[in-house]
Design a protein around this ligand. Sequence first.
Ligand code: CP
Length: 312
Amino acid sequence: MKHYLSIKDIDSLTDWVSEARNLKSNPTEFKALGKNKTIGLLFFNNSLRTRLSTQKAAMNLGLDVIVMNFGSEGWALEYSDGTVMDQGTSEHIKEAAQVVSQYCDIIAIRAFAGLQDREEDESEKVLNGFKKYASVPIVNMESSVGHPLQALADAITLAEQNIKKRPKVVLSWAPHPKALPHAVANSFIEMMQLQNAEFVITHPEGYELDPRITQKTTIEYDQKKACADADFIYVKNWSSYKDYGKASNQDPDWTMTKEKVGDAKFMHCLPVRRNMVVEDAVLDSDQSLVIEQANNRTYSAQIVLKKILENN
Ligand code: CP
Protein backbone atom coordinates (compact mmCIF):
# COMPACT_ATOMS: atom_id res chain seq x y z
CA MET A 1 0.00 0.00 0.00
CA LYS A 2 1.46 3.34 -1.09
CA HIS A 3 -1.19 5.73 0.30
CA TYR A 4 -4.12 5.47 2.74
CA LEU A 5 -6.73 7.77 1.24
CA SER A 6 -10.00 5.85 1.66
CA ILE A 7 -11.55 2.64 2.93
CA LYS A 8 -10.91 1.24 -0.57
CA ASP A 9 -7.19 1.11 0.29
CA ILE A 10 -7.89 -1.69 2.81
CA ASP A 11 -7.24 -5.03 1.09
CA SER A 12 -8.78 -7.13 3.90
CA LEU A 13 -10.75 -5.40 6.64
CA THR A 14 -10.83 -8.58 8.75
CA ASP A 15 -7.04 -8.94 8.61
CA TRP A 16 -6.40 -5.27 9.33
CA VAL A 17 -8.74 -5.28 12.32
CA SER A 18 -7.11 -8.43 13.64
CA GLU A 19 -3.60 -6.97 13.20
CA ALA A 20 -4.67 -3.70 14.84
CA ARG A 21 -6.00 -5.62 17.85
CA ASN A 22 -2.64 -7.40 18.11
CA LEU A 23 -0.88 -4.02 18.05
CA LYS A 24 -3.20 -2.84 20.81
CA SER A 25 -2.00 -5.67 23.04
CA ASN A 26 1.67 -4.75 22.42
CA PRO A 27 1.81 -1.20 20.99
CA THR A 28 5.61 -0.82 20.89
CA GLU A 29 6.42 -4.24 19.36
CA PHE A 30 7.43 -2.60 16.06
CA LYS A 31 9.23 0.41 17.53
CA ALA A 32 12.26 -0.20 15.26
CA LEU A 33 10.19 0.11 12.07
CA GLY A 34 10.08 3.91 12.03
CA LYS A 35 13.60 4.55 13.32
CA ASN A 36 15.23 7.59 11.64
CA LYS A 37 12.02 8.31 9.73
CA THR A 38 9.68 11.29 10.09
CA ILE A 39 5.95 11.76 9.64
CA GLY A 40 4.52 15.23 9.03
CA LEU A 41 0.97 15.83 10.26
CA LEU A 42 -0.54 18.79 8.37
CA PHE A 43 -3.75 20.20 9.80
CA PHE A 44 -5.85 22.54 7.69
CA ASN A 45 -8.65 22.13 10.31
CA ASN A 46 -8.98 21.60 14.06
CA SER A 47 -8.60 18.25 15.81
CA LEU A 48 -8.22 16.60 19.18
CA ARG A 49 -8.36 12.83 18.60
CA THR A 50 -6.79 12.65 15.15
CA ARG A 51 -3.89 14.85 16.12
CA LEU A 52 -3.01 13.05 19.35
CA SER A 53 -3.82 9.48 18.32
CA THR A 54 -1.90 9.68 15.03
CA GLN A 55 1.05 11.21 16.87
CA LYS A 56 0.85 8.46 19.51
CA ALA A 57 0.65 5.77 16.81
CA ALA A 58 3.70 7.21 15.06
CA MET A 59 5.66 7.34 18.33
CA ASN A 60 4.71 3.71 19.06
CA LEU A 61 6.35 2.83 15.72
CA GLY A 62 9.47 4.84 16.50
CA LEU A 63 8.74 7.63 14.00
CA ASP A 64 9.72 11.24 14.64
CA VAL A 65 6.73 13.54 14.32
CA ILE A 66 6.39 17.07 12.93
CA VAL A 67 2.99 18.72 13.39
CA MET A 68 1.95 21.86 11.52
CA ASN A 69 -1.33 23.75 11.74
CA PHE A 70 -1.15 24.52 8.06
CA GLY A 71 -4.57 26.19 7.97
CA SER A 72 -3.56 28.93 10.40
CA GLU A 73 0.26 28.95 10.19
CA GLY A 74 1.13 27.97 6.60
CA TRP A 75 1.10 30.09 3.46
CA ALA A 76 -2.25 30.11 1.68
CA LEU A 77 -1.87 27.50 -1.08
CA GLU A 78 -2.78 27.77 -4.75
CA TYR A 79 -4.10 24.59 -6.37
CA SER A 80 -4.99 25.69 -9.92
CA ASP A 81 -2.57 25.38 -12.80
CA GLY A 82 -1.52 28.47 -14.72
CA THR A 83 -2.99 30.96 -12.25
CA VAL A 84 -1.51 34.44 -12.09
CA MET A 85 -1.03 34.44 -8.32
CA ASP A 86 -1.84 38.10 -7.73
CA GLN A 87 -4.62 37.44 -5.19
CA GLY A 88 -4.68 35.75 -1.76
CA THR A 89 -2.58 32.64 -2.37
CA SER A 90 1.16 32.78 -1.67
CA GLU A 91 2.55 29.36 -2.54
CA HIS A 92 1.61 26.70 -5.10
CA ILE A 93 0.84 23.13 -4.02
CA LYS A 94 3.52 22.02 -6.53
CA GLU A 95 6.33 23.53 -4.47
CA ALA A 96 4.71 23.00 -1.05
CA ALA A 97 4.19 19.25 -1.53
CA GLN A 98 7.70 18.72 -2.89
CA VAL A 99 9.24 20.75 -0.06
CA VAL A 100 7.36 18.86 2.69
CA SER A 101 8.42 15.58 1.01
CA GLN A 102 12.06 16.54 1.63
CA TYR A 103 11.45 16.77 5.39
CA CYS A 104 9.04 13.84 5.84
CA ASP A 105 8.87 10.15 4.87
CA ILE A 106 5.06 10.12 5.28
CA ILE A 107 2.66 13.08 5.05
CA ALA A 108 -0.73 12.93 6.80
CA ILE A 109 -3.32 15.58 5.96
CA ARG A 110 -6.57 16.87 7.45
CA ALA A 111 -8.58 19.14 5.13
CA PHE A 112 -12.36 19.32 5.57
CA ALA A 113 -15.02 20.04 2.98
CA GLY A 114 -15.85 23.72 2.55
CA LEU A 115 -19.51 22.75 1.93
CA GLN A 116 -19.97 25.63 -0.54
CA ASP A 117 -19.19 23.88 -3.81
CA ARG A 118 -19.82 20.13 -4.15
CA GLU A 119 -17.65 19.74 -7.23
CA GLU A 120 -14.72 21.49 -5.57
CA ASP A 121 -15.09 19.41 -2.39
CA GLU A 122 -15.30 16.18 -4.36
CA SER A 123 -12.12 17.10 -6.24
CA GLU A 124 -10.28 16.74 -2.89
CA LYS A 125 -7.86 19.43 -4.02
CA VAL A 126 -5.70 19.39 -0.86
CA LEU A 127 -5.41 15.60 -0.47
CA ASN A 128 -5.08 14.96 -4.21
CA GLY A 129 -2.75 17.93 -4.62
CA PHE A 130 -0.35 16.44 -2.09
CA LYS A 131 -0.82 12.99 -3.62
CA LYS A 132 0.04 14.35 -7.06
CA TYR A 133 3.08 16.44 -6.18
CA ALA A 134 4.55 14.79 -3.04
CA SER A 135 7.10 12.02 -3.45
CA VAL A 136 6.15 10.19 -0.23
CA PRO A 137 3.04 8.26 0.97
CA ILE A 138 -0.03 10.28 1.93
CA VAL A 139 -2.48 9.45 4.76
CA ASN A 140 -5.99 10.90 4.94
CA MET A 141 -6.71 12.25 8.44
CA GLU A 142 -10.20 13.38 7.23
CA SER A 143 -10.76 14.94 3.88
CA SER A 144 -13.79 16.47 2.17
CA VAL A 145 -15.45 13.14 1.54
CA GLY A 146 -13.88 10.57 3.86
CA HIS A 147 -12.49 9.82 7.29
CA PRO A 148 -11.02 6.35 6.81
CA LEU A 149 -8.92 6.35 10.01
CA GLN A 150 -12.12 6.90 12.02
CA ALA A 151 -14.01 4.16 10.17
CA LEU A 152 -11.16 1.71 10.70
CA ALA A 153 -11.17 2.52 14.44
CA ASP A 154 -14.93 1.94 14.41
CA ALA A 155 -14.41 -1.46 12.78
CA ILE A 156 -11.95 -2.35 15.56
CA THR A 157 -14.49 -1.23 18.19
CA LEU A 158 -17.29 -3.28 16.61
CA ALA A 159 -15.06 -6.37 16.46
CA GLU A 160 -14.02 -6.02 20.10
CA GLN A 161 -17.65 -6.16 21.23
CA ASN A 162 -18.08 -9.53 19.50
CA ILE A 163 -21.83 -9.38 20.09
CA LYS A 164 -23.00 -11.73 17.36
CA LYS A 165 -21.96 -13.01 13.94
CA ARG A 166 -24.35 -10.73 12.08
CA PRO A 167 -25.22 -7.73 14.28
CA LYS A 168 -27.77 -5.08 13.41
CA VAL A 169 -25.94 -1.76 13.00
CA VAL A 170 -27.81 1.53 12.53
CA LEU A 171 -26.29 4.80 11.31
CA SER A 172 -28.60 7.56 12.51
CA TRP A 173 -28.56 11.24 11.56
CA ALA A 174 -29.05 13.62 14.52
CA PRO A 175 -29.58 17.39 14.77
CA HIS A 176 -26.65 19.81 15.07
CA PRO A 177 -26.48 23.63 15.16
CA LYS A 178 -23.86 23.79 12.36
CA ALA A 179 -23.65 22.38 8.85
CA LEU A 180 -21.26 19.44 9.02
CA PRO A 181 -19.49 17.49 6.26
CA HIS A 182 -20.35 13.97 5.09
CA ALA A 183 -16.89 12.45 5.58
CA VAL A 184 -17.47 10.40 8.77
CA ALA A 185 -20.79 9.00 7.58
CA ASN A 186 -19.38 8.20 4.11
CA SER A 187 -16.42 6.20 5.42
CA PHE A 188 -18.52 4.46 8.08
CA ILE A 189 -20.93 3.34 5.34
CA GLU A 190 -18.10 2.13 3.10
CA MET A 191 -16.62 0.22 6.04
CA MET A 192 -19.99 -1.31 6.99
CA GLN A 193 -20.50 -2.48 3.41
CA LEU A 194 -17.47 -4.73 3.99
CA GLN A 195 -19.00 -6.25 7.15
CA ASN A 196 -21.32 -9.19 7.70
CA ALA A 197 -24.10 -7.12 9.32
CA GLU A 198 -27.68 -5.97 8.93
CA PHE A 199 -26.89 -2.33 8.20
CA VAL A 200 -29.54 0.40 8.14
CA ILE A 201 -29.19 4.17 7.62
CA THR A 202 -31.84 6.48 9.08
CA HIS A 203 -32.23 10.22 8.47
CA PRO A 204 -34.92 12.79 7.69
CA GLU A 205 -36.02 13.05 4.06
CA GLY A 206 -33.71 15.37 2.15
CA TYR A 207 -30.61 14.18 4.04
CA GLU A 208 -29.79 11.32 1.65
CA LEU A 209 -26.03 10.93 1.26
CA ASP A 210 -24.18 10.47 -2.04
CA PRO A 211 -25.97 7.53 -3.72
CA ARG A 212 -22.60 6.38 -5.12
CA ILE A 213 -21.65 5.69 -1.48
CA THR A 214 -24.94 4.45 0.01
CA GLN A 215 -25.54 2.20 -3.04
CA LYS A 216 -28.05 -0.48 -2.02
CA THR A 217 -27.84 0.09 1.77
CA THR A 218 -31.30 0.13 3.38
CA ILE A 219 -32.56 3.64 4.20
CA GLU A 220 -35.39 3.91 6.77
CA TYR A 221 -36.91 7.36 7.34
CA ASP A 222 -38.58 6.31 10.62
CA GLN A 223 -35.76 6.55 13.19
CA LYS A 224 -37.55 4.58 15.93
CA LYS A 225 -38.35 1.77 13.50
CA ALA A 226 -34.73 1.74 12.28
CA CYS A 227 -33.36 1.54 15.83
CA ALA A 228 -35.64 -1.30 16.97
CA ASP A 229 -33.62 -4.38 18.00
CA ALA A 230 -30.34 -2.74 16.99
CA ASP A 231 -27.08 -4.07 18.44
CA PHE A 232 -25.15 -0.88 17.63
CA ILE A 233 -26.44 2.65 16.98
CA TYR A 234 -23.88 5.02 15.44
CA VAL A 235 -25.03 8.63 15.53
CA LYS A 236 -23.68 11.42 13.34
CA ASN A 237 -24.96 14.67 11.94
CA TRP A 238 -24.38 15.63 8.32
CA SER A 239 -25.63 18.45 6.13
CA SER A 240 -27.74 17.90 3.04
CA TYR A 241 -25.95 16.39 0.05
CA LYS A 242 -28.73 17.22 -2.42
CA ASP A 243 -29.12 20.84 -1.25
CA TYR A 244 -25.37 20.83 -0.85
CA GLY A 245 -24.02 21.91 2.56
CA LYS A 246 -27.37 23.21 3.84
CA ALA A 247 -28.59 22.26 7.33
CA SER A 248 -32.17 23.40 7.65
CA ASN A 249 -33.34 20.55 9.90
CA GLN A 250 -32.58 20.71 13.64
CA ASP A 251 -35.61 18.65 14.68
CA PRO A 252 -35.06 17.64 18.34
CA ASP A 253 -37.17 14.53 17.69
CA TRP A 254 -34.03 13.11 16.03
CA THR A 255 -31.84 13.53 19.14
CA MET A 256 -30.70 10.07 20.27
CA THR A 257 -32.36 9.09 23.55
CA LYS A 258 -32.05 6.23 25.99
CA GLU A 259 -35.46 5.02 24.91
CA LYS A 260 -34.46 4.81 21.24
CA VAL A 261 -31.09 3.19 22.06
CA GLY A 262 -32.79 0.42 24.06
CA ASP A 263 -30.23 -2.35 24.67
CA ALA A 264 -27.93 -1.30 21.81
CA LYS A 265 -24.36 -0.07 22.17
CA PHE A 266 -23.99 3.62 21.34
CA MET A 267 -21.25 4.92 19.03
CA HIS A 268 -20.13 8.41 17.94
CA CYS A 269 -16.80 9.61 16.52
CA LEU A 270 -16.62 12.68 18.85
CA PRO A 271 -16.64 15.58 19.41
CA VAL A 272 -20.34 15.43 20.29
CA ARG A 273 -22.85 18.11 21.29
CA ARG A 274 -24.51 16.77 24.44
CA ASN A 275 -28.31 16.89 24.57
CA MET A 276 -28.45 18.07 20.97
CA VAL A 277 -27.04 15.03 19.16
CA VAL A 278 -27.49 12.59 22.05
CA GLU A 279 -28.78 12.92 25.58
CA ASP A 280 -26.52 12.68 28.66
CA ALA A 281 -28.22 9.49 29.82
CA VAL A 282 -26.86 7.64 26.76
CA LEU A 283 -23.35 9.11 26.76
CA ASP A 284 -22.93 8.54 30.49
CA SER A 285 -24.21 4.96 30.38
CA ASP A 286 -22.25 1.71 30.14
CA GLN A 287 -23.71 1.29 26.66
CA SER A 288 -21.60 4.14 25.28
CA LEU A 289 -18.48 3.07 23.34
CA VAL A 290 -17.30 6.58 22.45
CA ILE A 291 -14.18 6.58 24.67
CA GLU A 292 -13.10 3.19 23.37
CA GLN A 293 -13.67 4.38 19.79
CA ALA A 294 -11.32 7.28 20.51
CA ASN A 295 -8.81 4.88 22.06
CA ASN A 296 -8.92 2.71 18.95
CA ARG A 297 -7.97 5.70 16.80
CA THR A 298 -4.36 5.06 17.91
CA TYR A 299 -4.44 1.48 16.63
CA SER A 300 -6.20 2.28 13.37
CA ALA A 301 -3.51 4.89 12.65
CA GLN A 302 -0.80 2.51 13.80
CA ILE A 303 -1.83 -0.36 11.50
CA VAL A 304 -1.98 2.08 8.56
CA LEU A 305 1.46 3.57 9.30
CA LYS A 306 2.93 0.11 9.91
CA LYS A 307 1.74 -1.12 6.51
CA ILE A 308 3.08 1.99 4.79
CA LEU A 309 6.47 1.64 6.50
CA GLU A 310 6.65 -2.05 5.57
CA ASN A 311 5.77 -1.40 1.93
CA ASN A 312 7.82 1.68 1.11
N1 CP B 1 -13.20 11.92 15.52
C1 CP B 1 -12.25 12.83 15.18
O1 CP B 1 -11.71 12.83 14.06
O2 CP B 1 -11.95 13.70 16.17
P1 CP B 1 -11.09 15.04 15.98
O3 CP B 1 -11.85 15.91 15.00
O4 CP B 1 -11.00 15.65 17.36
O5 CP B 1 -9.76 14.68 15.43
